[in-house]
Write a protein that binds this ligand. Structure first.
Ligand code: WQD
Length: 342
């Protein structure tokens, strides 16, 4: 099916991963419509997207918790071939403090969108999930068959519950879905026109590093160096956000071309390589030429020791492989930091 006559809805499409996915969809010739409630982003991201692709996606401000508004939206847009669902709150720490905000936002938004999709003759749904559903997996690298454990945070639990809702709904409707379990998304588009918008004090490692590198933060606190890892600091699988975005387009095409073998398929999206906090710091220093001030402090509540993906299924079944190195990803993150502070 030619992408040019297909319309794709991207919820949360002005967010960090959403905006990068909109760019890749437009690059593939899809017509994109974005909904976002702008709670964690800004309309400037539309300009960033246009500066990259030359095309402004259609946009409607919409809070998916408002059921009637969601129904109205789908009444006015009945020609949507696929939905990529990013819209959710995603700050792990905040989810511990305000669980009901997360359960209301992340679950009801998903339910209201699925209620509209189940009425369509065909529906293709890509869900933004997270490796956090594995908790601390027993075996590294982590495969899709690793047991889903009680995630460490309400945020992670909303991803686990979201997956379960989709599986139950797909069983009895015409909805086909792909669950994409992200490892640690970092970096920004090479143009530095879009990236991770810094709102408040960054919880994630890489934006905190680049802000420290720029002199906005005094020093980085490394949360523990007493983990059972080569250098004592925790290990994660840092994946370039553009690689991640491309995987969403490939997953959507798989459903549009009816290549999926089951109603719901799950893929881990990572590089397959684990990097420690100290390795990320040293990589930043290498690409920026700056010394990063940091201090070792106690472990952060809820953190796991190690997580990195077994990428065989994504490589061989989905036909996708991450291309960017940690160095390239860190360089793009640093370029973005300098651009927005310039
Ligand atoms: C990475 C490593 C920290 C900050 C979470 C969510 C996951 C996804 C990505 C949303 C850890 C260490 C961090 C700092 C540090 N989020 N760190 N000092 O916790 O692996 O994953 O964010 O979709 O779902 O679970 O990412 O970037 O917070 O931490 O030492 O100031 O860096 O301890 O080892 P995390 P992170």
């Amino acid at each position: 099916r030619r992408s040019s006559d297909l319309k794709v809805l991207v919820t949360g499409g002005l967010g960090f991963i959403g905006s990068h996915t909109v760019v890749e969809l437009q690059n593939e010739g899809y017509e994109v419509i974005v909904v976002d409630n702008l709670s964690n982003t800004s309309l400037d991201v539309l300009d960033g997207i246009q500066n990259i692709t030359g095309k402004v996606p259609a946009f409607e401000k919409l809070d998916l918790r408002e059921k009637e508004k969601v129904q109205d939206f789908f009444k006015r847009h009945h020609d949507i071939s696929g939905v990529i669902h990013f819209a959710a709150s995603k700050a792990v720490g905040e989810s511990v403090e305000k669980p009901l905000l997360y359960y209301e936002n992340n679950i009801s938004a998903l339910v209201y969108v699925l209620q509209e999709l189940q009425q369509k003759p065909e529906a293709n749904f890509i869900f933004s999930s997270s490796c956090t559903v594995y908790g601390q997996a027993e075996k590294m690298p982590i495969t899709e068959n690793a047991p889903v454990q009680q995630p460490m945070s309400p945020y992670g639990n909303t991803k686990k519950i979201g997956e379960e809702i989709i599986i139950d709904v797909a069983k009895v409707t015409n909805i086909n879905a792909i669950l994409l379990r992200y490892f640690n998304p970092i970096g920004s588009h090479r143009s530095a026109e879009i990236g991770e918008l810094p709102i408040g004090v960054p919880q994630n490692l890489v934006p905190f590093i680049t802000q420290t590198g720029f002199g906005l933060r005094k020093e980085l606190s490394v949360y523990g160096d007493d983990y059972p890892t080569p250098d004592g600091t925790a290990v994660r699988d840092y994946i370039h956000v553009v690689d991640l975005a491309k995987a969403h387009v490939i997953a959507l095409q798989r459903l549009l071309n009816k290549k999926n073998t089951t109603k719901v398929e799950t893929f881990n999206l990572g590089t397959g390589t684990g990097s420690s906090v100290l390795e990320v710091i040293h990589t930043f220093e290498k690409v920026s030429g700056k010394k990063l001030p940091y201090k070792i402090v106690g472990r952060r509540e809820g953190d796991i020791t190690s997580a990195y993906a077994n990428t065989d299924k994504a490589n061989n079944v989905l036909g996708w492989k991450a291309k960017s190195t940690l160095e390239e990803a860190m360089a793009s993150a640093w370029k973005w930091e300098q651009k927005i502070r310039g």
